[in-house]
Design a protein around this ligand. Sequence first.
Ligand SMILES: Nc1nc2c(c(=O)[nH]1)N[C@H]1C(S)=C(S)[C@@H](COP(=O)(O)OP(=O)(O)OC[C@H]3O[C@@H](n4cnc5c(N)ncnc54)[C@H](O)[C@@H]3O)O[C@H]1N2
Ligand code: MOO
Ligand code: MG
Length: 437
Amino acid sequence: MVERRKPIKVNEAITKVMNFAKSGMVEYVPIEESYGRFLGEAILADHHVPPFDRSPYDGFALKSADTKMASSKNALSFEVIGEIGAGSVFNEPVGDNEAVRIMTGAQIPNDCDAVIMFESVKEYVQDGKDYFQLKRKLQPGDNISFAGEDTTKGTVLVFKGTYITPGIVAVLATFGYKKVPVSVKPKIGIIATGSELLDVDEPLKPGKIRNSNAYMVYAQVIRAGGEPIYFGQFNDEFETCYHKVKDSLEKVDFLITTGGVSVGDFDFLPAIYEKLGASVLFNKIGMRPGSVTTVAEIDGKLLFGLSGNPSACYVGFELYTRPIIRTFLHANAAFLKKEVAILGADFPKPNPFDRFVRGHLSYETGRLVATPVGLDKSNVVTSLAEANILIVLPGGTRGYEMGMEVSVILLEDQEGTTFENFTTADVNSRRRQRTYE
Ligand SMILES: Nc1nc2c(c(=O)[nH]1)N[C@H]1C(S)=C(S)[C@@H](COP(=O)(O)OP(=O)(O)OC[C@H]3O[C@@H](n4cnc5c(N)ncnc54)[C@H](O)[C@@H]3O)O[C@H]1N2
Ligand code: MOO
Ligand SMILES: [Mg+2]
């Protein structure tokens, strides 16, 4: 007799999984390798930026008080008593009506409080000495880039768990992080099950298909920030799969399997969980695709039983595995960011369950438009190539029409959102919807 599974709600499933979320350790990597990692500790400014008052222009540093009488009709002369480029410091006194030739980035001499650009003065030489004429009055602080104007000592600039962008790399370098504290990547084991599976380099044979899930999930793990460890693909044989799952589990922080979680005669994952003594958190979710997504736990370690159907596998990973990976990486916003967009095409299918429709988000004259891509079936693979969002179509409706507002999950986003935001009600009921022409 087939087992009747009781579906639970998506948010309930997420909550059950997140109860077992844990965060990992911190390691140090050379700054050149820090891009794309997650910060293991907050970056605190331990000095002002810039650290000293400096010139933002190539010009002359002088004392603004000496310019008081300057005007278009009254040119004042200044003697140039020295020259400094960026990196040099002028330590001598600067007397009245004297100036220092200064280049962009150089420290302002102690006695000076303003800078005038080369273009604003008339230079000349007299008796072998350099001078310029100035016809403008300057205020104290004119054309000076002050110490701490970029940021002040003590400011927290980037929080722990933030995805490191090239801009953050610049900040890390500014504060002397030759080695950067980053979150250790969780090791995510991947096992594909299915006697129909050919490897990617094998020619097609009757009844067989190439294993796309393993490589897809491998890439999803990397995108999420984890370290994938691929243990291979295995035929639907209980003993083989059981031993592979058991052995692999010891080598990883979390384990993903694809296929074999439904109620078929060769779907062995439920029996494998039982023999391992793992407790199954759920094995049916009120969602499409990915309704068979199963998560089990043993000694605090999670086993993600993702569907064999490619689109279901993909969605199951992004909803349930990704936040576990991001939490391990200390991200506060461990969930994919959600936005509201306008549905770009009708979606006439009735919706008993919440749907996560592969879609493409485009920007059209200031509006976000979400258009479903490809065939909306969980066994479809090609639509995944075009998808940059999942369009959230909550269940309990007779379909959706073009122009309606819908929630969308941004697949390529790195900023993320919190559990609270992710699980907050989506644009769902017709009452809440506005339709655009
Ligand atoms: N009687 C029922 N049958 C099915 C149910 C159900 O509730 N009752 N659920 C259906 C749903 S929904 C899904 S989704 C699938 C899930 O199946 P499994 O997770 O058990 O996966 P398999 O049976 O192993 O394979 C399903 C499908 O996916 C293809 N596949 C498997 N692995 C890969 C791979 N690595 N790369 C590409 N494609 C893969 C496989 O060939 C099958 O076509 O069950 C429904 N049935
Ligand atoms: O898990 Mo299935 O994807 O609902 O088609
Ligand atoms: Mg099956």
